[in-house]
Design a protein around this ligand. Structure first.
Ligand SMILES: NC(=O)c1ccc[n+]([C@@H]2O[C@H](COP(=O)([O-])OP(=O)(O)OC[C@H]3O[C@@H](n4cnc5c(N)ncnc54)[C@H](OP(=O)(O)O)[C@@H]3O)[C@@H](O)[C@H]2O)c1
Length: 300
């Protein structure tokens, strides 16, 4: 079967299409015929070698790419052959990812595909829905939460889930995205830009109880949090120092099929575009250029 892998780090041109043996599911695993896989920022950081440099990925000769998958079960346990499913690869250093015609995942990382979603739509859910939910789990407040990057894939879901938890949500995104993020459930909107702490405090005296910093603003977002509040960072090296007694944590995604099934019932799919798997390099260029709303989806 065909897969796209990385054997040397660099720009989109280092993505290589290779023929590899069809992977075999072990105990507690399923093999999925991939109908759709998405392109996430983590794929770009893996390809460029940023995660290896940061010590997040150990040195490997071959790295697979792609975390989100939608497809059909071909073999294994926990699901029936022919089931339409979605799933998440959460092991960062494997030689095969979801940019492939077939993938083997632990059954516990897989959920039945949500009804009414095409595979392309369903593939946009796993990584970003679970990340937003697991980030919110880290926060212990029933007050006000700031979400930076609120128009992004993680940020949009974070706004929606915080709104569903009845938190007051202050969303930060580009001015043009105000209608979009208010539609996700933001109570307050601030256009991205300087002096974020001051602008948030003008809306929420003393600062927000918690910040989910999906735009990786670091200290600028921390400045908007009240003393003794909470801050969640989303990338290696993105956690600011815990000034003013603020509890700073990092969210690190973990696959969870049962939770994914719940999230898929309440969150919308977000498709920015669809490309054939062979055009993964173009998809990487488009994601790197910024401004996408939703995920680019690759179809083998
Ligand atoms: N730790 C984990 O487990 C985990 C899991 C998933 C994702 N992540 C990380 O979470 C981050 C967000 O991922 P994503 O998939 O949501 O990315 P995304 O879809 O590209 O969204 C990021 C959003 O942030 C916006 N943004 C950039 N700079 C900003 C600024 N200064 N102020 C306000 N908004 C700004 C972007 O706008 P433009 O597009 O207009 O630039 C975009 O809307 C990435 O770094 C990703 O690697 C971490």
């Amino acid at each position: 079967m065909r897969a796209i892998v990385v054997r040397r780090f660099g720009g989109p041109e280092v993505l290589e299409t290779v023929e590899v043996p069809v992977p075999r599911p072990g105990p507690g695993q399923v093999r999925i015929r991939v109908a759709a896989a998405t392109v996430n920022p983590v794929d770009l950081a893996t390809r460029a070698g940023i995660l290896t440099e940061a010590g997040v990925i150990p040195p490997r000769e071959v790295l697979g790419l792609g975390w989100d998958v939608a497809g059909v079960v071909e073999a294994g346990s926990g699901f029936r052959v022919g089931d339409a499913v979605i799933g998440l690869r959460d092991r960062i250093a494997t030689p095969l990812g979801a940019y492939a015609e077939q993938i083997v995942l632990d059954s516990s990382a897989v959920a039945l595909a949500p009804a009414g979603f095409s595979p392309v739509e369903a593939a946009t859910l796993p990584l970003n829905a679970l990340t937003a939910a697991q980030a919110l789990d880290l926060v212990d407040t029933d007050g006000t939460v700031l979400v930076t990057g609120a128009a992004g894939a993680v940020g949009g879901y974070a706004v929606a889930l915080a709104h569903a938890r009845k938190l007051r949500v202050v969303a930060v995104a580009a001015e043009a995205d105000e209608t979009l993020v208010r539609g996700f459930g933001a109570d307050e909107f601030l256009p991205r830009g300087p002096a974020l702490g001051d602008r948030v405090r003008a809306l929420v005296p003393g600062g927000v109880d918690a910040a989910l910093d999906t735009a990786l603003l670091g200290l600028d977002a921390l400045d908007a949090v009240r003393g003794g509040g909470e801050f969640v960072a989303f990338a290696a090296g993105a956690a600011p120092i815990p000034l003013r007694g603020i509890r700073v944590q990092n969210v690190w995604i973990r696959a969870d099929g049962a939770r994914l099934a719940e999230l898929a019932r309440v969150l919308p799919a977000r498709v920015a575009g669809v490309l054939p798997l062979a055009e993964a390099a173009t998809a990487h260029e488009r994601l790197a250029a910024g401004g996408l709303r939703g995920r680019l989806v690759l179809t083998p």
